[in-house]
Every structure is written in C-alpha cells, then in structure tokens.
Design a protein around this ligand. Structure first.
Ligand SMILES: C[S@@+](CC[C@H](N)C(=O)[O-])C[C@H]1O[C@@H](n2cnc3c(N)ncnc32)[C@H](O)[C@@H]1O
Length: 466
C-alpha cells in the first residue's frame, strides 16, 4: 500500500513537472485512442461509489464494471477501500474527485426528474463510460438512450457493455461523432432520434475539450431540434482558466496541466458572469447555474455535517431548457442587446495581459521555447538550475529521460511563454504566466527564475504547492 501511495505521489509530481514542459499538439483525443479523461472520471466514480456515507456516496454502482483494468493498480483502494483511496485523492490537491462526485449526484437528480415527468429520449453527449443508460433502465424501461462519443471510445464502450450485460441492449443506440467536425443533426437522424419527442441531454465533462464552434453547434441543435420543455445539463470551465488569465482557483493549475498531459487539453470556457446571455443567445432558457460552492453545499456535506472534500473551483454546471419557438426568439433578441454591454473575451485579446520583461529574460524564454520545438534536450538541460529537476525521488538524468519520452510521443509544434508577472529580487525572480500552444493554453508551472553567474537566466525552483 505504502508503495502504491509513493508511486501515486511520484506520478503527481511528474505530471506537474511535465505540465510546464508539455508537448504542444493540436487539441483533442488522438484519433483511434480511447479518451483518457473518460477513464479517469470512471475511476473517480468507482471510488466515490464506495463512500460509506450514503449522503455523499456516488450513485454510480456500475462504474467499476466499466473501469479499464489498467487503472486498478493506479489508485490505492480503488473500488475496495474508500479510506485509502480518499487519502490518495486528497493528496492530488486537485478537487477533481469531489467535483465528479457532486456532478454525478446533480446530473442524476435532473435526469430522474425529467424521466419522472415523462421524457422518453435521453442523449448522453460525450458519453465515455457513463452508466446511466443501464442504471436507469429498470425504473424507466420505456426510455431510449443515445450514447454519443468519438468513434474509438464509443467502440470500446460497446465492448464493455456487452461484457457486462452479455448482449447489446436494445434501448441504447451508440452514435459516433466528432463534435468539432460533425453535426449532431446528421448522426442522430441516422440513429432514429425523434425531434418531436421531449428529450433530456446530458453533456458531462465535455464542453471544455471542444471548440467554441462545436459547443455552439451542439447547443443550437438542442434548441432547434428538440421538443419544447426538453432539458440539457452541461458543465463548463471558467473562461479565465481557458484563457490562461487566472489559475488561482483551487485545482486549476494541476487539473489544467493533467488533462493537457493526457493529450486532452482544456480549450474552451465561459465567463460565469455572462453565462445566462451565452445560453439565451443559443436559444435556450436558463434554469440554474451551480457554482463550486453551491455544489459543495448540495452534495458534499456528510451525514455528520462536515464537508467530504474540497471541490475544484473552476467548473460550474448549467441546467437549461428548450423554450417554445416564440419565447426562443425573444430570448435571443434580448441576449443580443445585452451582448453590446460586454465584449466576449477571445484568446487574442489576452495578449494585452502580457507584461514587458527585460531583454535578457525574453531572450531566455524565446531560446528555451525554440529548444523544446527542436527537441534539443541536451541543450535544454542547461536551462534549469541543478536543484530544479531533482524531485528527491528522481535524479536529473531520469527526469530528462521522462521529458524526452513525453516529447517523442507527441512532438511539439508551437511553444511560447507569456509572462504575466516578473518580480525581481536580486538575482532571482518570481514569475507567473502561461504557455501558448497550438490552439490552447496551459499554466506556467515554473514559479521562479534565477540569474546564473554568467548572466544567463535559468528556471530555478518548482513549487508544487502553489
Ligand atoms: C472527461 S470525458 C467525460 C466522459 C463522460 N461524460 C463522463 O463524465 O465520465 C470527455 C468525453 O468527451 C469525449 N469527447 C472529447 N472530444 C470530443 C469530440 N470532439 N467529439 C465527441 N466527443 C468528444 C471523449 O471521448 C470523452 O468521452
């Protein structure tokens, strides 16, 4: 057990360290690959379902059947010993585990409400290893489920379902799609989806991985091709994190780096202050927007009144519904007039947050990025202070080996460091900022620079706690 926990801490350290050095590919799950983040959320639900407290327990009792066996050794106690697994989850200091538990409870409650009110079609968008189609079937046998996902993950899910049930269930339709390039209208029409039936859409843990166009097209499809009264629940990333502007929310640095390291970086976010206008503009009526604080109050308070754990602070969950046609037009018109009152931040605006740094610092940053792009790892070593790369567990050589292997897997195409903070004290400087990659941003995980005796700068200290 001790060894597994040690391995987990090492893994977290390495993810954080490599987070500052991520390969910079175009965003999205690699073609043909099963979504790594879908596997991770399935593992979180498997652990959450063993919570001894029924008040905070994750209701996904089937998650363990969808778990990739590869994950079983990764988290101590996974699916068996909640106390051990919880220690590991808390050590991650990301809040993602608690967020996923609150999210399952919230989305399950909304789905149950819709089914009770007579909804007969459920579309699970970006389904991953979602088990709702199988958990809700006994209580709502008339409901038809559509599980929509990228082809490789969808295929793998079908195999896991067949293994669990011994057959392919006739109430579930598996629908492959790429939200960034394909229309939901086309793929659902081919799967006998009925546009005149009340439908409930679950879009869990997906919007932040796809382009704004992909999000817009999906929400507009829901508004225009579903019966009035149909509902949708989806979660969204706060725009400040997507734009690399502010990573101070709990877990933001770690989770942003983790998902990018898995090849599924965050690319899209919404400013919570403008959420209602955002939803109205896409033709939907807002019902609720749950902040991390509200989710904690509703779903993470244990039977003894204490909070089960700290939730990540940069994701909200929206519930919206399809209004009647005339109301939809009014909502869109009102939202358009409100649009004039604020300007939607786009990544290109955020260049203005860049601070000017001395020439020698800029030269250092530029040369460092160039070496990453050209994979010159030998020369790159010189850009770190001796203590920077030694975590106490691995030596410098081993760490450079990790970096080299990560880059070999996904060669880097674009890397630019934008500093938003540079506080110099003597020959050291505290820095902050983000890394611009091809199509997305990740936090600068390195917090300090030092000037060497020859006048050149180097990364000086990695601070995992910030
Ligand atoms: C974090 S997982 C969430 C999975 C599941 N909804 C859950 O909560 O466990 C993200 C899901 O989005 C899917 N996804 C990512 N990009 C997509 C795209 N461009 N088109 C369709 N699905 C996508 C992935 O395949 C994956 O299943």
């Amino acid at each position: 057990m001790k060894r597994i926990r040690h391995n987990l801490s090492v893994f977290i350290c390495m993810v954080c360290l490599l987070g500052s050095l991520l390969p910079g590919q175009a965003f999205g799950v690699d073609p043909g690959q099963i979504s790594r983040t879908a596997e991770a959320t399935c593992a979180f639900r498997t652990i959450g379902a063993t919570d001894p407290d029924p008040k905070t327990r994750n209701p996904d009792y089937l998650a363990r059947h969808f778990l990739n066996p590869e994950w079983e050794g990764r988290f101590p106690g996974l699916g068996m010993d909640y106390a051990a697994a919880k220690i590991a989850m808390d050590q991650m200091k990301s809040g993602a585990f608690y967020y996923v538990n609150a999210r399952t409870l919230h989305m399950d409650a909304l789905l149950a409400e819709a089914l009770q009110e007579g909804c007969r079609q459920v579309v699970i968008l970006g389904a991953g290893f979602d088990s709702r189609a199988y958990r809700f079937h006994d209580s709502y046998p008339q409901a038809r489920f559509f599980e929509v996902d990228l082809p490789a993950t969808s295929m793998d899910k079908q195999a896991r379902v067949e293994k669990l049930l011994g057959r392919r269930p006739d109430w579930v339709h598996f629908v492959p799609i790429d939200f960034n390039t394909q229309s939901l209208a086309d793929v659902l029409a081919a799967a006998t989806f009925l546009t005149d039936q009340k439908t409930f859409y679950v879009w869990e843990g997906v919007t932040y991985y796809i382009s704004q166009e992909g999000v817009d097209n999906t929400l507009r499809f829901i508004a225009e091709h579903s019966a009035p009264g149909s509902g949708v629940v989806f979660d969204y990333l706060h725009a400040d994190v997507a734009l690399g502007l502010d990573y101070s929310a709990y877990g933001a640095r770690r989770v942003t780096s983790y998902v990018a390291f898995q090849g599924e970086p965050y690319v899209f976010g919404i400013d919570p202050r403008h959420l209602e206008t955002f939803v109205h503009l896409r033709g939907l009526e807002m019902l609720s927007d749950q902040s991390p604080e509200a989710l904690t109050q509703h779903y993470l308070i244990r039977s003894d009144g204490t909070v089960s754990g700290k939730i990540c602070g940069f994701l909200n969950i929206v519930h919206a519904q399809v209004p009647v046609h005339s109301k939809r037009r009014r909502l869109i018109q009102k939202a358009k007039s409100q649009m004039k009152m604020f300007r939607v931040a786009r990544a290109s605006d955020i260049e203005t947050h860049r601070i000017d740094v001395p020439h020698d610092v800029q030269d250092f940053l530029t040369a460092y990025s160039r070496l990453l792009v050209s994979s010159d790892f030998k020369a790159l070593e010189d850009y770190f202070s001796p203590d920077y790369l030694s975590s106490g567990i691995y030596n410098r050589q081993q760490v450079m080996g990790f970096i080299r292997r990560a880059y070999q897997k996904r060669p880097i195409q674009y890397h630019q460091i934008i500093l938003t903070r540079f506080d110099r004290q003597g020959n050291r400087a505290r820095v902050d900022g983000y890394v611009q990659r091809k199509g997305y941003r990740t936090p600068l995980m390195v917090s300090h620079m030092a000037q060497k005796s020859d006048g050149r700068w180097c990364w000086y200290r990695y601070d995992p706690e910030r």
